[in-house]
Design a protein around this ligand. Structure first.
Ligand code: GLU
Length: 478
């Protein structure tokens, strides 16, 4: 019988959902869905110094926005809960006691000051800082004495000497670590909280996780985890470490070079379909030319084996392009809903926004650009582009526009055809090309030199607005 796949996303609630976190969650989700497995959300909040109020809710909200849903989580519940580590302290305590009992761990009473001095000395000698095992050699009665005087202590795990710790990673193949380089890690802090390593291993075991899929930054933790699994006599889950996310200059993806929070991309008007499609490609591709995938298509096509080792470059231009492709796939009606939500101005009707969407759909990369690029649909221009002014606004323009206003005022339908005829008859009247009318009129109506078809734009803005803007431009532009 094949095993039932169980995977988890195990974020620490440090504020927001990082795009790298979204990718980890997505790969776990895709892997679970395509294998009929279970996808679990576990909150790893044992580092109380990094805890941020509201962060769990934020994480869950951003994942829900992306349609990444969990089968078991703090909200949904499940048979393996609680799913928040700070609610599982009593469980870890038991396992720490077991390791102490089996002598795979020991109490350490060293003060912060001592550890600081020790670290500095090691740095001076250019050896990578590692606990010097002073407390490993304490005698039973010394330990008892310290405990009796209520000296605070931590628990450290033992690391065997001269051992090579090996494992096979689904993405990276065989990986080896030398035990001598590994610090005797604290597994229980003096505040009674376990550290990441212990809680992570205990929970992955108790929650029957079959595959650990997470970022490469956790690779160096694996030998400690393997030792813990061995100390407990537990089966080690399969592991897959996802490639690092890099900035364009190949440095590690950082806030300094752009947005890293999923919320920032939501706020900038990216569609969830595009962001998901984009992060899916940060480390994976289907092996052919196809680039636009829906979540369902990803579930069918994604393969953990095809994830590559090399760091994945976070290319914002590519994200823009993907967003554009997904915008084009949306119905106008759906786009109107998105634009209305951002615009949040009831004076513009559904039909009006629908017209804007129809005219601008092929010109924007994000939902927000429907408003920022074509702001003139929602307010009359306050500034006029200097270049366009120089190029298109001549000493004759005032006369041309006055003539056109008069034509427009006499129109009954203000339809595309009527608008076109009015502009053509204006240019005929002055014996000039239609371009000599079109460019200054666009400048007067929009403030800029480029945009969608002018006749359609005029039709959408409507007679009253167009005439008022033309008159206003005549006052401002010489
Ligand atoms: N709590 C870790 C994080 O914040 C989880 C790493 C893991 O998946 O083991 O990413």
């Amino acid at each position: 019988m094949s095993e039932k796949i169980r995977v988890r996303f195990a974020p620490s609630p440090t504020g927001y959902l990082h795009v790298g976190g979204l990718r980890t969650a997505l790969y776990n989700f895709l892997f679970a869905k395509q294998n009929g497995g279970t996808f679990i959300l576990r909150i790893e909040d044992t580092d109380r110094t990094r805890y941020v109020e509201g962060a769990i809710e934020n994480l869950i909200k951003s994942l829900k926005w992306a349609n990444i849903e969990f089968d078991e989580s703090p909200n949904v519940g499940g048979n393996y809960g609680p799913y928040i580590q700070s609610e599982r302290l009593h469980i870890y305590k038991k396992y720490v006691d077991e390791l102490l009992e089996k002598k795979f761990a020991y109490k350490c009473f060293c003060s912060e000051e001592r550890l600081d001095v020790m670290r500095k000395e090691m740095e001076k000698l250019k050896i990578s800082p590692k606990y010097d095992r002073k407390c490993l050699h304490l005698l039973e009665e010394e330990i008892q004495k310290k405990l009796n005087s209520s000296l605070p202590y931590v628990v450290r795990m033992k690391i065997p000497e001269n051992t090579t710790i090996k494992f096979n990673d689904i993405i990276r193949g065989d990986v080896e670590f030398l035990s001598d380089r590994i610090d005797e890690q604290i597994i229980l802090k003096s505040d009674g909280y376990p550290t990441y390593h212990l809680a992570n291993v205990v929970d992955d075991h108790l929650m029957e996780i079959t595959h650990v899929i997470r970022g490469e930054e956790w690779l160096s933790s694996v030998p400690k985890h393997i030792l813990l699994y061995q100390y407990f006599g537990w089966e080690i889950p399969k592991m897959a470490h996802l490639p690092l996310l890099l900035n364009f200059d190949r440095s590690k993806l950082s806030k300094r070079q752009g947005d890293v929070a999923v919320e920032d991309y939501i706020a900038k008007g990216f569609l969830k379909e595009a962001l998901i499609n984009f992060v899916a490609f940060l480390g994976w591709n289907p092996g052919d030319e196809r680039e636009i995938f829906s979540l369902d298509e990803l579930i069918k096509e994604f393969s953990l084996e095809k994830v590559h080792k090399a760091g994945a470059i976070f290319n914002l231009e590519k994200l823009m392009w993907m967003n554009k492709q997904h915008i084009m796939k949306k119905s106008d009606e759906e786009l109107v809903k998105f634009v209305s939500a951002i615009l949040n101005n009831e004076s513009f009707s559904f039909d009006y926004i629908n017209n804007v969407v129809r005219l601008m759909k092929e010109r924007v990369n994000t939902i927000n650009e429907f408003i920022t690029f074509s702001n003139y649909f929602f307010e009359s221009p306050k500034f006029f582009d200097e270049k366009s002014k120089e190029k298109n606004w001549t000493s004759q323009t005032q006369n041309h526009i006055l003539f056109l206003i008069n034509k427009f005022e006499n129109l009954n339908n203000f339809s595309y055809d009527e608008i076109e005829t009015s502009i053509k008859s204006t240019s005929n009247n002055f014996q000039i090309s239609t371009g000599k009318i079109i460019h200054p009129v666009r400048l007067a109506l929009t403030g800029v030199g480029m945009g969608p078809s002018l006749y359609e734009l005029i039709e959408v803005l409507g007679k009253t607005e167009v005439i008022s803007r033309l008159k206003n431009a005549l006052k401002i532009l010489p």
